[in-house]
Structure formats: C-alpha cells, structure tokens
Ligand binder design. Structure first.
Ligand code: KG4
Ligand code: ZN
Length: 351
C-alpha cells in the first residue's frame, strides 16, 4: 500500500510561527505553533523586525517536531507550502524562503499561498466540514461558488469565490478592518492584544440588569458605511469619544457588548448592501464566514440568522481554524495544486 501523503505548510505572515502537516482529505495530522504575542505586548503592537527575528529563531525547531511526526507515521511529503502574502514583508520572506529551501532540498514542489486563500480554505479542513471520504479539492467544489465574508485584523471583504478559490471582491472596508476596530477599542480600554477575544469574553458576562444600559450605549454608536461597502473608523472615533467622556465604561460588559453588537450590525448591513448589488446573488446558494473575527460566537450567530433570512447555507471554519494557522495554508495548497490532488484521488481509487 502507498504511504499516506501530506503537505508541510508554514504560516508566518504576522506574529505567529505555525507549521502543519495536512492530508489531501483535510486531516490536520500535526500542528506546531509559537505565538509571539507576549514578545510584542511590551511594545503595544507587533514590531515587524522583532517578528522576523523570532520566526527565524523558532522555525527550524517547529519543523523538526513536525518531521518527527511525519517519520513516526511513515508519511510521504507531496509538497511544501508557505504563505507568500499579504502580511509583514520580513516575516513572509523568512517563512517562504525557508519553505522553498526545504522543497528544493527534498526535490518536491513548493506552493506559495495567498494568506486570504488560506482563510477561505480553513472551511474545508476536517473539523470544519466532516466529509472524510472527500478530498479537499472535492470539498471545495461542494462549498464554492459562494459568497464569502472575510473579516480579519487587516481585511473586511465580501467576495464571490469560485471552486478553485479564486475570488472577486464585491465590497470592502474603506478604512479600518473590523478586527482592527476590535483591537483598537480594546487598546483604548487598556485590554491586551488581540482585542477581539477579550471584548467577546467580557461581553459574555453581561447580566440581565445590564441589558438596557448596554442597548442605550449601542444607540450612541454609529454604523458608518462607505461607497466601497464598509467603514469602521467612525465607529472607532465614537468609541474613543464615549470613553473620554465616561472613562468608567472601560472594560465593562455593557460597553464591550455594545461594541460587539455595533461591529456585528455593521458587518450584516455591509453584507446586505453587497448582496443586493451583486448579480451573483441569484445564483449563489452558500455563504462562508471566515478570517480571525469569525471566531466570535456572537457574530457567528448573527451570520447564521442572516444566512437563514437569505435562504443561504452557512459554512464556518471550526473555531480552532479561524485565526491564523498553518493548516489552512496546507489546505489551500492542496486545492491550488490540482495535479497533486488528482494523483492523490487516483491513488485512493486504486486501493
Ligand atoms: O485572521 P487573523 O488571525 O489575522 C489576520 O490575518 O489579521 O485575525 C486577527 C483578528 C484580530 O483583529 C483579532 O482581534 C480578531 O481577529 N479576533 C476576534 C476574535 N478572535 C480573533 N475578533 C472578535 N472576536 C474574537 N473571538
Ligand atoms: Zn489571517
């Protein structure tokens, strides 16, 4: 019997060094992660040069751990994949040059992956969609074409995405991304980076008695829009102004709840406008919500309601694959390299 094959994937676009082994069916065989959050917290944000050096220091060790796993499972590597952009240029060069070196040394293909394609592919991993009999390429053909709301720390976009994960932008933010709005609001309240999970955690503590004051605060926050689709800088300014006038609101469940609601409403309203405007709306039957902010349970619930109201089937990445990770890069690489996927399907059929 042929040895099981996997892609070794590396993600290093920002402040996390991640390595994964991903099977052609979307099984995440191994994951190694080093987060630099504590290193950057001292500076109040990610310092690109510090990030590059840290990726460089830990990558070798993380890959060695994945290779031990590969050896113990007698896996064969089909390719090495790495994020090639967008992201911080130094960290991207460290990860992708390292991956190209491995691929060339082992004489297997190197697959460069667009980070946002990785987020799209996170929906295809085992644990996100459980169809063990299907390859990632087959799963991509099942979900896409679809409407996608992709919301991360750097992007807020509505896309029309085809089966090969190629995307056409239908709407985007004219200024800040929604994740950035969470992060900046958190910083203004003295909460650590990344702010989204912190605000979600505190908002979940809202008591019944606090619900009316929270709704009152929500009414004071704007839902800005822009010709491009979304806008979050006005909301950020309103959060700052409210905090300057009422510093006691910082870190309270009522204020965190209001911020989370205002962001989720802005996302749904932007999605409404993009959907109404698009010719594709008649033909598409599925909605995908991905990117770091898709880890927010309240926003996942709002999107579920939105999808139901528009008779669309919603696909979400498993919570563990929403924020940056290497498994999603491996998944995108499998979809991106049809010849590798076809070889895998043929090998499976021959068994
Ligand atoms: O996709 P991602 O990990 O990195 C980028 O490609 O930007 O997204 C990070 C963003 C951050 O802004 C972070 O605050 C936000 O995703 N985020 C969340 C949650 N988890 C991460 N926002 C809201 N609620 C969450 N649970
Ligand atoms: Zn990301």
């Amino acid at each position: 019997m042929n040895a099981k094959t996997a892609i070794l994937a590396i993600e290093s676009s920002c402040d996390e060094t991640a390595v994964a082994l991903v099977g052609a069916d979307g099984e995440v065989i191994d994951q190694q992660l080093f987060s630099q959050i504590q290193i950057h917290q001292a500076f109040g944000g990610v310092v690109p040069e510090v990030a590059s050096r840290s990726h460089f220091e830990v990558l070798d060790g993380l890959v060695a751990l994945s290779l031990e796993k590969k050896k113990s499972l007698n896996l064969e590597l089909s390719a090495v994949a790495a994020t090639c952009g967008p992201g911080l240029i130094g960290p991207l060069i460290v990860g992708s040059a390292y991956a190209q070196g491995l691929a060339s040394g082992w004489q297997i293909p190197f697959i460069g992956v667009h980070h946002l394609r990785g987020h799209l592919a996170s929906t295809l991993l085992r644990g996100s969609i459980d169809e063990p009999a299907l390859s990632l390429k087959e799963k991509a053909e099942r979900i896409f074409p679809a409407f996608v709301l992709l919301v991360s720390g750097g992007h807020t976009q509505v896309l029309h995405v085809a089966e090969d994960l190629s995307a056409k932008a239908l709407a985007q933010s004219a200024d800040d991304a929604a994740g950035e709005c969470f992060d900046k609001a958190a910083k203004l309240m003295g909460l650590p980076y990344p702010g989204g999970p912190e605000i979600e955690r505190i908002a979940a503590e809202l008591s019944e008695a606090d619900r009316v004051p929270a709704m009152h605060l929500l009414r004071q926050l704007p839902r800005p829009r822009s010709a491009e689709g979304f806008s979050f800088s006005g909301l950020k300014t309103a959060i700052r102004t409210l905090l300057e006038k009422n510093p006691e609101l910082a870190r309270t469940p009522r204020f965190c709840f209001a911020i989370q609601e205002a962001i989720s409403e802005s996302l749904c309203q932007g999605l409404d406008r993009a959907f109404e405007k698009s010719d594709a709306s008649a033909k598409v039957q599925r909605l995908v919500f991905c990117g770091g902010v898709s880890a927010n349970r309240r926003i996942r619930q709002r999107l579920q309601e939105w999808a139901q109201a528009h008779q669309l089937e919603l696909y979400l990445p498993a919570l563990k694959y929403c924020t940056d990770n290497a498994a999603m890069i491996g998944a995108a690489a499998w979809v991106q390299a049809p010849s590798l996927a076809m070889k895998e399907i043929a090998a499976r059929q021959a068994l």
